[in-house]
Design a protein around this ligand. Structure first.
Ligand code: NAD
Length: 263
């Protein structure tokens, strides 16, 4: 195990299964708040080094300083900025062992007959193109440096089960599941695993405020979930840490949905 205060190596010496928990450099996009912050906390709890990347520079810096992580301000839809951020992280931390593609937008909704194409395009740019862009930049570094790393994408069970008015978001997450399998099959030869975690509705601070306990919206969602409640962020984060270290699993999208896909 490497002392976290020592200078990290610039050339990776990963084993065939990648580095163990506690010895990993983990990049979490969209890590400033919500699910991403809980994911960052979960990796820090097992002793990994974490870099929180977010388009909201102040929020990323605030979260990183509160948790004991590092922060990077980056818009995942900008390939030049993403490549520069990845190079900076590798220069500062030696390598990236785990990438969590968590950044996404989920607030734009509309029925098929009403949604403006430009709103759909915004979702596609962040959720699909942004996930692709960061995956490409990090996979290039991992393969060049011989890092047997792991990538975990945050998808949604909405990609498999429709809800009226949410199809633009949901179809972007179906694409994230497909991108997961695409990356998994192409990167397996380099010893890089790619998986996804697909939550149902998760009570982030924003969702909790919009759907207070006992509200009709909260009840409507809970009634679709066999286990009877919406997920907490801490229901989701352990699944991400598990997949990051699951040495013989690649190409899966693991539902964390209280059984919603059964109903
Ligand atoms: P959130 O809005 O709280 O967090 C998303 C983060 O991504 C924010 O910090 C935001 O600044 C950042 N971000 C947005 N666009 C970005 C960009 N272009 N570049 C860099 N960062 C950007 O949302 P959340 O609920 O925590 O969602 C996190 C992930 O989980 C998303 O991919 C979302 O689709 C997925 N998800 C959420 C739920 C849910 O119910 N909350 C359910 C299933 C899946």
């Amino acid at each position: 195990m490497t002392d976290s205060t020592s200078t990290p190596p610039t050339t990776a010496t990963a084993t065939a299964t990648g580095r163990a928990p506690g010895d990993r450099v983990v990049l979490v996009t969209g890590g400033a708040g919500g699910i991403g912050r809980a994911i960052a906390e979960a990796f820090l709890a097992v002793g990994d080094r974490v870099i929180v990347a977010d388009v909201d520079a102040d929020a990323a810096a605030g979260t990183a300083s509160a948790l004991g992580a590092s922060a990077v301000a980056v818009d995942i839809t900008d390939p030049v900025a993403v490549a520069a951020a990845v190079e900076q992280i590798v220069a500062d931390h030696g390598r990236i062992d785990v990438l969590v593609n968590n950044a996404g937008i989920l607030s734009v909704h509309g029925m098929l007959t009403e949604l403006r194409p430009e709103d759909y395009e915004r979702i596609v740019r962040v959720n699909i193109l942004g996930t692709f862009t960061v995956t490409q930049a990090v996979a290039r570094r991992m393969t060049a440096d011989g890092v047997h790393g792991s990538i975990v994408n945050i998808s949604s069970i909405g990609g498999r089960q429709p809800t009226p008015g949410m199809g633009a978001y949901e179809s972007s997450k179906a694409a994230v599941d497909s991108l997961t399998r695409w990356a998994a099959i192409e990167l397996a030869g380099a010893g890089i695993r790619v998986n996804a975690v697909a939550p149902g509705p998760v009570l982030t601070p924003m969702l909790r405020a919009g759907m207070p306990e006992g509200s009709p919206a909260r009840e409507a969602w809970a009634s679709r979930i066999p286990l009877g409640r919406l997920a907490e962020v801490d229901d989701v984060a352990p699944a991400v840490v598990f997949l990051a270290g699951a040495h013989h699993i690649t190409g899966v999208s693991l539902a964390v949905d209280g059984g919603q896909l059964l109903a």
